[in-house]
Ligand binder design. Structure first.
Ligand SMILES: Cc1ncc(COP(=O)(O)O)c(C=O)c1O
Length: 443
């Protein structure tokens, strides 16, 4: 059985050029990366290029990619159809800051999947959730927002709250305090965000009742996908839908991660719930910066002069929109999603077997083409059960073992894995062979 120190030694031996890149980058760039999520110990791998379902790092090591850019590249990397579409667009100009007919086409594709009447585009999930909140506030003429502890909705001040709070500061389980996730967030902003646990409809009702008449919106990831992978319990989302209607709060499903993946029409389709607003990003652009928020006509119509401001120089730029139309029409089809989901089922089953054969406590959560190994014997149903019971040391060992053998997953519990539409049976067999090899080190 290899120790974590031995695994780290192997990692360092394979990736000396990444270390050099990292040393250089951190001179000029805080943490050496451009998103805190890209920083991890002992140092991040620096990539050279990606194609299909493979990455190559700056040392020339090849990896089968199961992270899929935090679940954004369900279409794979450099998919030939998307490359063709954006290559055509490149020579026609990439930014007009003026309308094109392409955007309505893209909205029509979104409407085939999600229960939305109207849509506006943005560049990132952060922008989409920020604008959706503003729209909800304007529509309801109320100000507070309820979010779920452990859900992530981007980097803006209103929702960068209680994403991974220290439990010593986070208050009671059923009435969590709001803990800012960053320095620099004004205290008054945190006061407007109320935090509740996932999978607890009573706590949601309690929060709505305590803030009766003040809650503009409830925003949630319908499946927690920034805290391992935690599905909603039976009836939970239905109850949240009922409560938000009763308390006249706009229900926003943040489908930035669930959208296009857990089903063709995201979690809304999978769980048969119609939220009032939906936010999308990641797979929507399939490798290009594109996001969207949309929903009921009467709510979205608050956008306009004298109403809600929304804009952006790169909003709905034709390059990202062309990539999106091609991805939605030709790549992220029901058939291709079924293919990726079938492969994920095989991967998850193989992992379950490896856990059992090696007597490692744990189980595997799997939804659509996404999955996550849960290193614990306890049921994980919210953020706090993850913090209390998930064995992150075991995940770190698994991560080293996989990465040292050419399988790429995320290095922390924030992320699940995603099988892309370009993965093959052979890729899954290779991954399972590596899992079989490294599983004894996890005991
Ligand atoms: C559910 C969810 N919402 C919003 C965001 C923010 O998206 P972006 O990184 O594009 O700003 C993320 C990013 O991971 C996310 O997972």
């Amino acid at each position: 059985m290899k120790s974590i120190e031995e695994l780290e030694k192997e990692y360092r031996k394979r990736t000396p050029t990444s270390l050099k890149c990292f040393e250089r980058a951190k001179e000029y760039i805080p943490l050496g990366v451009n998103s805190n999520f890209q920083a991890y110990d002992p140092y991040p791998i620096f990539w050279d290029h990606a194609k299909g379902n493979r990455y190559w790092d700056v040392d020339g090591n090849e990896y089968i990619d199961f992270n899929s850019a935090f679940g954004s590249t369900l279409a794979g990397h450099a998919h030939p159809l998307i490359v063709k579409a954006v290559t055509e667009q490149l020579s026609k100009g990439t930014l007009y800051t003026a309308p094109t007919d392409l955007t309505a086409t893209c909205v029509e594709e979104i409407k085939k999947r999600f229960p939305v009447d109207m849509v506006r585009f943005a560049n990132s999930g952060t922008e989409a959730t920020m604008h959706a909140l503003r729209v909800a506030r304007a529509y309801t003429e109320k100000e507070k927002v309820i979010k779920i502890e452990g859900c992530y909705h981007g980097m803006h001040d209103y929702l960068l709250q209680s994403v991974e709070p220290d439990l010593d500061k986070a208050g009671p389980d059923d009435r969590p305090y709001t803990v800012p996730q960053s320095k620099g967030i004004p205290k008054d902003i945190s006061k407007g965000t109320i935090v509740v646990p996932f999978n607890n409809a009573d706590a949601m009702q309690d929060a709505l009742e305590r803030n009766k008449g003040d809650v503009a919106a409830v925003i949630m990831e319908p499946v927690m996908m920034n805290c391992t992978l935690i599905p909603p319990r039976d009836g939970y989302l239905e109850k949240v839908r009922e409560l938000t209607e009763a308390y006249k709060a706009v229900l926003i499903f943040d489908e930035v991660k669930t959208g296009f993946k857990v089903a063709y029409g995201g979690a809304s389709e999978y769980y048969h719930i119609k939220p009032d607003l939906i936010t999308l990003a990641k797979c929507l652009g399939s490798g290009f910066s594109l996001a969207a928020f949309g929903g009921k006509k009467e709510i979205m119509e608050v956008i306009g002069p004298g109403g809600v401001a929304h804009g952006g120089t790169y909003s709905a730029n034709p390059l990202a929109i062309r990539a999106s139309i091609t991805a939605l029409r030709e790549v992220l089809t029901r058939e291709n999603l079924a293919h990726a989901t079938k492969l994920e089922d095989k991967l998850a089953d193989g992992l379950r077997k490896a856990l059992k054969d090696n007597g490692i406590p744990g189980y595997v959560n799997s939804l659509g083409p996404c999955g996550m190994v849960m290193f614990t014997e306890h049921e994980i149903y919210d953020y706090r059960t993850t913090v209390r019971y998930y064995n992150s040391d075991r995940l770190k060992k698994l991560w080293f073992g996989l990465v040292n053998n050419g399988i790429w997953i995320a290095p922390h519990t924030d992320e699940h894995w995603t099988v892309s539409v370009l993965h093959t049976e052979e890729d899954i067999d290779k991954a399972l062979a590596v899992i079989e090899k490294v599983a004894p080190d996890l005991k």
